[in-house]
Design a protein around this ligand. Sequence first.
Ligand SMILES: NC(=O)c1ccc[n+]([C@@H]2O[C@H](COP(=O)([O-])OP(=O)(O)OC[C@H]3O[C@@H](n4cnc5c(N)ncnc54)[C@H](OP(=O)(O)O)[C@@H]3O)[C@@H](O)[C@H]2O)c1
Length: 313
Amino acid sequence: MSLLLAMSGWHIEDWRARFQALLPEMPIVTLGEPFDRRAVHYVASWKHPPGSLTGLPNLAAIFSLGAGVDFLFADDKLPEAPIARVVDPDLTTRMSEYVVLHCLMYLRQQHRYMRQQPAKLWEDDRDQPAARALRVGIMGLGELGLDAARKLKAIGFDVAGWSRSPKSVEGLATFCGEDGMRAFLARTDILVSLLPLTQETRGIINADLLDSLAQDGRLGPFLINAGRGGLQVEADILAALDAGTLKGATLDVFETEPLPSDSPLWSHPLVTVTPHNAAMSEPEAIASLIAQQIRRMEAGEPLQHVVDPARGY
Ligand SMILES: NC(=O)c1ccc[n+]([C@@H]2O[C@H](COP(=O)([O-])OP(=O)(O)OC[C@H]3O[C@@H](n4cnc5c(N)ncnc54)[C@H](OP(=O)(O)O)[C@@H]3O)[C@@H](O)[C@H]2O)c1
Protein backbone atom coordinates (compact mmCIF):
# COMPACT_ATOMS: atom_id res chain seq x y z
CA MET A 1 0.00 0.00 0.00
CA SER A 2 1.51 3.35 -1.02
CA LEU A 3 0.91 7.10 -1.05
CA LEU A 4 1.33 8.82 -4.42
CA LEU A 5 2.49 12.45 -4.38
CA ALA A 6 1.19 14.27 -7.46
CA MET A 7 2.04 17.96 -7.58
CA SER A 8 3.45 20.64 -9.80
CA GLY A 9 5.38 23.74 -8.79
CA TRP A 10 6.34 22.39 -5.34
CA HIS A 11 9.53 20.66 -4.15
CA ILE A 12 8.36 17.08 -4.27
CA GLU A 13 11.39 15.59 -2.49
CA ASP A 14 10.74 17.87 0.52
CA TRP A 15 7.17 16.56 0.61
CA ARG A 16 8.34 12.96 0.28
CA ALA A 17 10.65 13.44 3.25
CA ARG A 18 7.84 15.02 5.33
CA PHE A 19 5.39 12.22 4.60
CA GLN A 20 8.03 9.52 5.04
CA ALA A 21 8.83 10.83 8.51
CA LEU A 22 5.13 10.72 9.44
CA LEU A 23 4.31 7.41 7.73
CA PRO A 24 7.58 5.43 7.97
CA GLU A 25 5.90 2.14 7.08
CA MET A 26 4.32 3.43 3.86
CA PRO A 27 6.12 3.64 0.51
CA ILE A 28 5.84 7.21 -0.83
CA VAL A 29 5.98 7.32 -4.63
CA THR A 30 5.87 10.20 -7.12
CA LEU A 31 4.60 10.67 -10.66
CA GLY A 32 8.12 11.20 -11.98
CA GLU A 33 9.29 7.63 -11.30
CA PRO A 34 8.15 4.09 -12.08
CA PHE A 35 5.76 2.78 -9.40
CA ASP A 36 3.23 -0.03 -8.91
CA ARG A 37 -0.14 1.61 -9.73
CA ARG A 38 -2.08 -1.23 -8.03
CA ALA A 39 -0.34 -0.49 -4.73
CA VAL A 40 -1.49 3.16 -4.60
CA HIS A 41 -4.23 3.55 -1.98
CA TYR A 42 -3.83 7.28 -1.36
CA VAL A 43 -3.01 10.33 -3.47
CA ALA A 44 -1.89 13.71 -2.12
CA SER A 45 -2.23 16.28 -4.88
CA TRP A 46 -1.56 19.92 -5.59
CA LYS A 47 -2.27 20.81 -9.23
CA HIS A 48 -1.29 17.39 -10.58
CA PRO A 49 -1.11 17.14 -14.39
CA PRO A 50 -4.70 16.43 -15.52
CA GLY A 51 -5.17 12.79 -16.49
CA SER A 52 -2.19 11.59 -14.44
CA LEU A 53 -4.29 9.87 -11.75
CA THR A 54 -5.98 7.33 -14.02
CA GLY A 55 -5.34 3.58 -13.67
CA LEU A 56 -5.16 3.42 -9.88
CA PRO A 57 -7.54 0.49 -9.23
CA ASN A 58 -7.16 0.42 -5.43
CA LEU A 59 -7.40 4.15 -4.75
CA ALA A 60 -9.18 4.81 -1.44
CA ALA A 61 -8.88 8.61 -1.12
CA ILE A 62 -7.51 11.73 -2.76
CA PHE A 63 -6.17 14.49 -0.50
CA SER A 64 -5.91 18.07 -1.67
CA LEU A 65 -2.78 19.64 -0.21
CA GLY A 66 -4.71 22.91 0.11
CA ALA A 67 -8.08 24.20 1.28
CA GLY A 68 -9.35 24.55 -2.30
CA VAL A 69 -10.24 21.65 -4.58
CA ASP A 70 -11.07 23.46 -7.83
CA PHE A 71 -7.86 22.17 -9.45
CA LEU A 72 -9.03 18.58 -8.79
CA PHE A 73 -12.40 19.08 -10.46
CA ALA A 74 -10.64 20.72 -13.42
CA ASP A 75 -9.25 17.22 -14.21
CA ASP A 76 -12.02 15.53 -16.23
CA LYS A 77 -10.22 12.18 -15.80
CA LEU A 78 -10.15 12.42 -12.00
CA PRO A 79 -10.77 8.92 -10.57
CA GLU A 80 -13.87 8.34 -8.49
CA ALA A 81 -12.62 8.28 -4.91
CA PRO A 82 -13.52 10.32 -1.82
CA ILE A 83 -11.77 13.69 -1.82
CA ALA A 84 -10.68 15.43 1.38
CA ARG A 85 -9.28 18.94 1.69
CA VAL A 86 -7.15 20.77 4.23
CA VAL A 87 -8.98 22.39 7.11
CA ASP A 88 -6.31 23.79 9.38
CA PRO A 89 -6.76 26.29 12.24
CA ASP A 90 -3.40 27.85 11.39
CA LEU A 91 -4.49 28.48 7.78
CA THR A 92 -7.83 29.86 8.97
CA THR A 93 -6.09 32.26 11.37
CA ARG A 94 -3.78 33.50 8.65
CA MET A 95 -6.70 34.20 6.32
CA SER A 96 -8.47 36.13 9.04
CA GLU A 97 -5.29 38.18 9.60
CA TYR A 98 -5.33 39.06 5.90
CA VAL A 99 -9.00 40.00 5.87
CA VAL A 100 -8.80 42.05 9.07
CA LEU A 101 -5.63 43.81 7.87
CA HIS A 102 -7.18 44.89 4.58
CA CYS A 103 -10.54 45.86 6.05
CA LEU A 104 -8.66 48.06 8.52
CA MET A 105 -6.57 49.52 5.68
CA TYR A 106 -9.81 50.70 4.09
CA LEU A 107 -11.49 51.78 7.33
CA ARG A 108 -8.47 53.84 8.42
CA GLN A 109 -7.82 55.10 4.86
CA GLN A 110 -4.25 53.90 5.10
CA HIS A 111 -3.79 53.76 1.31
CA ARG A 112 -4.40 57.50 1.24
CA TYR A 113 -1.76 58.20 3.91
CA MET A 114 0.73 55.97 2.09
CA ARG A 115 0.15 58.03 -1.05
CA GLN A 116 0.50 61.29 0.91
CA GLN A 117 3.79 60.40 2.63
CA PRO A 118 6.17 60.75 -0.37
CA ALA A 119 4.65 64.23 -0.95
CA LYS A 120 5.15 65.07 2.79
CA LEU A 121 1.48 65.92 2.92
CA TRP A 122 0.09 66.45 6.47
CA GLU A 123 -3.61 66.09 5.81
CA ASP A 124 -6.07 63.98 7.74
CA ASP A 125 -9.70 63.15 7.35
CA ARG A 126 -11.77 64.88 10.05
CA ASP A 127 -14.61 62.55 9.19
CA GLN A 128 -12.87 59.25 10.01
CA PRO A 129 -15.73 56.77 10.64
CA ALA A 130 -15.75 54.18 13.39
CA ALA A 131 -15.64 50.49 12.47
CA ARG A 132 -19.34 50.17 13.33
CA ALA A 133 -20.12 52.60 10.50
CA LEU A 134 -18.65 50.27 7.88
CA ARG A 135 -20.67 47.35 6.57
CA VAL A 136 -18.53 44.36 5.67
CA GLY A 137 -20.11 41.64 3.56
CA ILE A 138 -18.40 38.27 3.44
CA MET A 139 -19.21 36.02 0.48
CA GLY A 140 -18.67 32.46 1.69
CA LEU A 141 -19.44 31.66 5.29
CA GLY A 142 -17.42 28.44 5.53
CA GLU A 143 -14.34 27.64 7.60
CA LEU A 144 -12.58 30.81 6.50
CA GLY A 145 -15.49 33.21 6.11
CA LEU A 146 -16.97 32.49 9.52
CA ASP A 147 -13.69 32.99 11.37
CA ALA A 148 -13.00 36.26 9.53
CA ALA A 149 -16.57 37.41 10.26
CA ARG A 150 -16.17 36.79 13.99
CA LYS A 151 -12.85 38.63 14.15
CA LEU A 152 -14.18 41.61 12.17
CA LYS A 153 -17.19 41.68 14.45
CA ALA A 154 -14.91 41.74 17.52
CA ILE A 155 -13.24 44.87 16.11
CA GLY A 156 -16.63 46.48 15.72
CA PHE A 157 -17.42 46.24 12.00
CA ASP A 158 -21.04 45.77 10.98
CA VAL A 159 -20.71 42.30 9.43
CA ALA A 160 -22.98 40.25 7.19
CA GLY A 161 -22.38 36.98 5.37
CA TRP A 162 -23.67 35.33 2.23
CA SER A 163 -23.67 31.57 1.64
CA ARG A 164 -25.33 28.95 -0.52
CA SER A 165 -27.52 27.50 2.22
CA PRO A 166 -29.29 29.46 5.00
CA LYS A 167 -27.23 30.09 8.14
CA SER A 168 -27.95 31.49 11.54
CA VAL A 169 -24.93 33.01 13.26
CA GLU A 170 -25.22 35.11 16.41
CA GLY A 171 -24.40 38.76 15.80
CA LEU A 172 -24.25 38.36 12.03
CA ALA A 173 -26.76 39.34 9.40
CA THR A 174 -26.96 36.38 7.04
CA PHE A 175 -28.17 36.09 3.47
CA CYS A 176 -28.19 33.13 1.10
CA GLY A 177 -28.62 32.11 -2.49
CA GLU A 178 -29.50 34.23 -5.47
CA ASP A 179 -32.59 35.57 -3.68
CA GLY A 180 -30.52 37.02 -0.85
CA MET A 181 -27.71 38.34 -2.96
CA ARG A 182 -29.08 41.78 -3.94
CA ALA A 183 -30.00 42.73 -0.39
CA PHE A 184 -26.61 41.51 0.82
CA LEU A 185 -24.69 43.55 -1.76
CA ALA A 186 -26.84 46.64 -1.20
CA ARG A 187 -25.68 46.79 2.45
CA THR A 188 -21.99 46.13 1.69
CA ASP A 189 -19.25 48.78 1.89
CA ILE A 190 -16.38 46.26 1.95
CA LEU A 191 -17.01 43.05 0.01
CA VAL A 192 -14.77 40.16 1.10
CA SER A 193 -14.77 37.14 -1.18
CA LEU A 194 -13.90 33.82 0.44
CA LEU A 195 -15.86 31.62 -1.94
CA PRO A 196 -14.62 28.41 -3.51
CA LEU A 197 -14.32 28.34 -7.30
CA THR A 198 -17.11 26.18 -8.72
CA GLN A 199 -19.26 26.16 -11.83
CA GLU A 200 -21.73 28.37 -9.95
CA THR A 201 -19.23 30.90 -8.64
CA ARG A 202 -16.93 31.31 -11.66
CA GLY A 203 -16.99 34.98 -12.77
CA ILE A 204 -19.36 35.97 -9.94
CA ILE A 205 -17.40 39.18 -9.20
CA ASN A 206 -18.48 40.92 -12.40
CA ALA A 207 -19.93 44.27 -13.47
CA ASP A 208 -23.42 43.32 -12.34
CA LEU A 209 -22.27 42.40 -8.82
CA LEU A 210 -20.02 45.45 -8.49
CA ASP A 211 -22.85 47.74 -9.62
CA SER A 212 -25.02 46.31 -6.84
CA LEU A 213 -22.68 47.27 -3.98
CA ALA A 214 -23.77 50.07 -1.62
CA GLN A 215 -23.16 53.57 -2.91
CA ASP A 216 -24.48 55.22 0.25
CA GLY A 217 -21.76 54.17 2.71
CA ARG A 218 -19.43 56.50 4.65
CA LEU A 219 -16.54 54.90 2.70
CA GLY A 220 -16.34 52.49 -0.20
CA PRO A 221 -17.39 50.32 -1.75
CA PHE A 222 -14.21 48.27 -1.72
CA LEU A 223 -13.45 44.71 -2.82
CA ILE A 224 -11.16 42.15 -1.18
CA ASN A 225 -10.85 38.84 -3.04
CA ALA A 226 -8.83 36.08 -1.39
CA GLY A 227 -10.95 33.17 -2.69
CA ARG A 228 -9.86 32.28 -6.21
CA GLY A 229 -8.96 34.35 -9.28
CA GLY A 230 -11.58 32.58 -11.38
CA LEU A 231 -14.27 34.26 -9.24
CA GLN A 232 -13.40 37.69 -10.65
CA VAL A 233 -13.70 39.38 -14.04
CA GLU A 234 -10.67 41.65 -13.91
CA ALA A 235 -11.79 43.86 -16.81
CA ASP A 236 -15.03 44.58 -14.89
CA ILE A 237 -13.12 45.42 -11.69
CA LEU A 238 -10.89 47.86 -13.59
CA ALA A 239 -13.90 49.43 -15.30
CA ALA A 240 -15.69 49.89 -11.96
CA LEU A 241 -12.58 51.47 -10.41
CA ASP A 242 -12.21 53.84 -13.36
CA ALA A 243 -15.90 54.72 -13.24
CA GLY A 244 -15.64 55.45 -9.50
CA THR A 245 -18.36 52.95 -8.53
CA LEU A 246 -15.63 50.87 -6.84
CA LYS A 247 -13.19 52.83 -4.67
CA GLY A 248 -10.49 50.21 -4.17
CA ALA A 249 -9.65 46.56 -4.69
CA THR A 250 -7.31 44.26 -2.78
CA LEU A 251 -6.65 41.11 -4.74
CA ASP A 252 -4.70 38.06 -3.60
CA VAL A 253 -5.85 35.84 -6.46
CA PHE A 254 -6.01 36.40 -10.21
CA GLU A 255 -7.45 35.02 -13.43
CA THR A 256 -3.86 34.11 -14.42
CA GLU A 257 -1.20 33.44 -11.78
CA PRO A 258 1.45 34.68 -11.43
CA LEU A 259 -0.19 37.96 -12.44
CA PRO A 260 1.27 38.78 -15.91
CA SER A 261 3.65 41.75 -15.94
CA ASP A 262 1.47 43.56 -18.49
CA SER A 263 -1.66 43.39 -16.30
CA PRO A 264 -2.99 46.92 -15.61
CA LEU A 265 -3.80 45.74 -12.07
CA TRP A 266 -0.11 46.01 -11.11
CA SER A 267 0.02 49.78 -11.56
CA HIS A 268 -3.56 50.85 -10.90
CA PRO A 269 -3.49 53.39 -8.04
CA LEU A 270 -6.58 51.88 -6.41
CA VAL A 271 -5.46 48.25 -6.55
CA THR A 272 -3.45 46.34 -3.94
CA VAL A 273 -1.86 43.15 -5.27
CA THR A 274 -0.65 40.30 -3.06
CA PRO A 275 0.89 37.13 -4.56
CA HIS A 276 -1.72 34.52 -3.56
CA ASN A 277 -0.33 34.27 -0.07
CA ALA A 278 -3.29 35.39 2.04
CA ALA A 279 -3.23 32.08 3.90
CA MET A 280 -0.35 29.70 3.57
CA SER A 281 -0.13 26.69 5.85
CA GLU A 282 3.07 25.25 7.22
CA PRO A 283 3.87 22.28 4.93
CA GLU A 284 4.57 20.19 8.06
CA ALA A 285 1.06 20.96 9.35
CA ILE A 286 -0.55 19.91 6.04
CA ALA A 287 1.46 16.69 5.86
CA SER A 288 0.57 15.92 9.45
CA LEU A 289 -3.16 16.45 8.82
CA ILE A 290 -3.07 14.13 5.80
CA ALA A 291 -1.06 11.49 7.66
CA GLN A 292 -3.69 11.61 10.43
CA GLN A 293 -6.42 11.13 7.83
CA ILE A 294 -4.62 8.10 6.41
CA ARG A 295 -4.24 6.62 9.90
CA ARG A 296 -7.95 7.22 10.51
CA MET A 297 -8.88 5.40 7.32
CA GLU A 298 -6.54 2.52 8.12
CA ALA A 299 -8.27 2.24 11.52
CA GLY A 300 -11.67 2.08 9.77
CA GLU A 301 -12.70 5.58 10.89
CA PRO A 302 -14.45 7.96 8.47
CA LEU A 303 -12.52 10.49 6.43
CA GLN A 304 -12.87 14.10 7.60
CA HIS A 305 -13.37 17.29 5.55
CA VAL A 306 -14.75 15.43 2.56
CA VAL A 307 -15.87 17.57 -0.38
CA ASP A 308 -19.02 17.03 -2.40
CA PRO A 309 -18.25 16.53 -6.11
CA ALA A 310 -21.80 17.57 -7.02
CA ARG A 311 -21.37 21.00 -5.33
CA GLY A 312 -17.71 21.27 -6.37
CA TYR A 313 -16.49 22.27 -2.89
N1 LIG B 1 -5.88 33.00 -1.04
C1 LIG B 1 -5.49 32.00 -0.27
O1 LIG B 1 -4.35 31.96 0.18
C2 LIG B 1 -6.47 30.91 0.06
C3 LIG B 1 -6.14 29.99 1.07
C4 LIG B 1 -7.05 29.02 1.41
C5 LIG B 1 -8.29 28.95 0.77
N2 LIG B 1 -8.58 29.86 -0.20
C6 LIG B 1 -9.89 29.79 -0.88
O2 LIG B 1 -10.92 29.98 0.07
C7 LIG B 1 -12.01 29.16 -0.31
C8 LIG B 1 -12.98 28.97 0.85
O3 LIG B 1 -12.40 28.12 1.83
P1 LIG B 1 -13.27 27.54 3.05
O4 LIG B 1 -12.39 26.59 3.77
O5 LIG B 1 -13.90 28.64 3.82
O6 LIG B 1 -14.39 26.75 2.23
P2 LIG B 1 -15.76 26.13 2.80
O7 LIG B 1 -15.64 25.84 4.25
O8 LIG B 1 -16.10 25.01 1.87
O9 LIG B 1 -16.83 27.32 2.63
C9 LIG B 1 -17.28 27.73 1.40
C10 LIG B 1 -18.40 28.74 1.61
O10 LIG B 1 -18.79 29.25 0.33
C11 LIG B 1 -20.21 29.13 0.21
N3 LIG B 1 -20.59 28.91 -1.19
C12 LIG B 1 -20.14 27.98 -2.05
N4 LIG B 1 -20.76 28.08 -3.24
C13 LIG B 1 -21.65 29.10 -3.11
C14 LIG B 1 -22.59 29.70 -3.98
N5 LIG B 1 -22.79 29.25 -5.23
N6 LIG B 1 -23.33 30.74 -3.51
C15 LIG B 1 -23.16 31.19 -2.25
N7 LIG B 1 -22.27 30.67 -1.37
C16 LIG B 1 -21.52 29.64 -1.81
C17 LIG B 1 -20.57 27.93 1.04
O11 LIG B 1 -21.95 27.95 1.36
P3 LIG B 1 -22.62 26.86 2.34
O12 LIG B 1 -22.12 27.22 3.73
O13 LIG B 1 -24.07 27.07 2.19
O14 LIG B 1 -22.12 25.52 1.88
C18 LIG B 1 -19.64 28.12 2.26
O15 LIG B 1 -20.21 29.02 3.16
C19 LIG B 1 -11.33 27.89 -0.80
O16 LIG B 1 -12.17 27.13 -1.64
C20 LIG B 1 -10.14 28.43 -1.55
O17 LIG B 1 -10.48 28.64 -2.90
C21 LIG B 1 -7.70 30.82 -0.56
